[in-house]
Design a protein around this ligand. Structure first.
Ligand SMILES: Nc1ncnc2c1ncn2[C@@H]1O[C@H](COP(=O)(O)OP(=O)(O)O)[C@@H](O)[C@H]1O
Ligand SMILES: [Mg+2]
Length: 387
């Protein structure tokens, strides 16, 4: 009987990435590890799905971190109040420590008094369970204080990563940034990673002298994985599994998405899945993958457009058409895209930036989501002939 080894897809798009499937990030991970092991806090800024979470998880798996620290990762994108923040943080800390240290789990109950009465108990293990309702936290500020106090008593140093950290600036309660800053400053056995994808807001929080977190952390702007590393990574992963792919096709996909990690992973995940062993991944296979990606986002993209006023939409389309748009208020740009005036472009740009639909780096504007840009251009009849 012939047994065939199941070849797993090397282009990971969900969940944890095993180190052998993790591409590059050598300098960035060295910086992260150095920063936190030297007692500093680190800010990581990048567009969504460029690889912040992946980088943090990758570093958490390194022996010098894993064996020495308690590591936590809490994503607060969905939270809109201090109470929700406190809940998410408490939940993450409790669930991480429960399986690792019975002592720390017990200490949790003893320290977080404001909510411990509401904990359940697992009848089999006789350990507490974190099955609170949001409403059980009736004094979030107090509970948060207890949580940080608990971390200060941990029997190992801690690293706490807070993803989409800019969210705290949107909570309705006053002075949350100042409150958080005080806790962060006070905890000397706990180092923080503040990740965020709203560049504008994150920079304001950490670079503006009027804000509590001003200059309190090193800043890492996570860019695309360089083409000279990413392209060979893709080719090698095909070849090691008995398939081939033309370097020029990989280059085109890289260029199409400007190196955006998720979209590249997604394109090659699907292209790989559709390439039988012993064969070549053709440009047709890649085109099909790209077509499926735009199609599966169709509803979402239409909905986004339906909420944008016409003037902003016109500018968004113009920027999508250009790819990288310079001098957007120049007469030339306004004329060639039939826009109204420099002042209307300016106010539309401000609105689009606020909504994070476009990104500005050194006066060059682009549509933040490259797939969205591609979809907009298709909407206007552009074919995918770049592949
Ligand atoms: N270095 C990497 N190598 C391969 N895939 C990666 C890498 N970094 C991230 N990814 C993949 O890219 C996608 C987006 O990464 P993620 O870390 O979730 O981004 P972010 O946290 O910035 O939104 C995920 O599907 C992840 O699996
Ligand atoms: Mg993330």
């Amino acid at each position: 009987m012939i047994t065939m080894a199941i070849i797993s897809n090397p282009f990971i798009v969900t969940g944890k990435i095993a180190p052998e499937y993790f591409c590059d990030r050598k300098n960035e991970s060295a910086r992260l590890v150095k920063s936190v092991t030297n007692g500093n806090n680190l800010v990581i800024i990048s567009p969504r799905r460029m690889g912040k979470t992946g980088l943090i998880q990758f570093c958490y798996g390194k022996p010098e971190i894993e064996n020495e620290y308690y590591t936590f990762f809490v994503d607060i994108l969905h939270t809109s109040s201090l109470r929700e923040f406190t809940y998410s943080l408490g939940h993450e800390i409790f669930e991480t420590l429960l399986p690792r240290s019975r002592k720390m789990a017990t200490l949790f109950i003893q320290t977080i008094k404001s909510i411990s009465g509401k904990f359940g108990f697992d009848p089999v293990s006789n350990l507490p369970t974190f099955n609170l309702e949001l409403g059980d936290i009736d004094r979030p500020e107090y509970t948060l204080d207890e949580i940080f106090h608990y971390l200060s008593k941990a029997d190992r140093p801690c690293i706490l990563a807070i993803d989409e950290f800019q969210q705290i600036a949107k909570y309705p309660e006053r002075n949350i940034e100042a409150l958080m800053r005080t806790h962060v400053q006070r905890l000397d056995n706990c180092h923080f990673i503040f990740a965020g994808s709203e560049r504008h807001m994150m920079q304001e929080m950490f670079l503006s002298s009027a804000r509590p977190f001003y200059q309190s952390a090193d800043i890492l702007e996570l860019e695309a994985i360089p083409a000279e590393v990413y392209i060979p990574f893709v080719i090698r992963n095909f070849e090691q599994r008995g398939r081939t792919i033309a370097a020029s096709d990989v280059e085109k996909v890289y260029a199409l998405f400007h190196g955006h990690t998720y979209y590249i992973q997604k394109t090659f995940n699907e292209s790989f899945a559709n390439t039988p062993e012993g064969e070549k991944c053709t440009s047709e296979t890649i085109k099909t993958a790209l077509g499926n990606m735009t199609a599966s986002n169709d509803t979402i993209f239409r909905e986004i457009l339906s909420n944008i006023p016409e003037k902003q939409k016109e500018l968004l389309y113009a920027i999508a058409r250009e790819g990288e748009a310079k001098h957007i208020t120049s007469a030339e740009f306004i004329r060639s895209h039939s826009l109204t005036s420099a002042s209307s472009v300016q106010s539309a740009a401000r609105k689009l930036l606020e909504k994070d639909l476009i990104t500005e780096i050194n006066k060059v504007f682009s549509v933040t989501d490259r797939l969205f840009a591609m979809w907009i251009n298709q909407l206007h009849g552009e074919k995918l002939n770049c592949i």
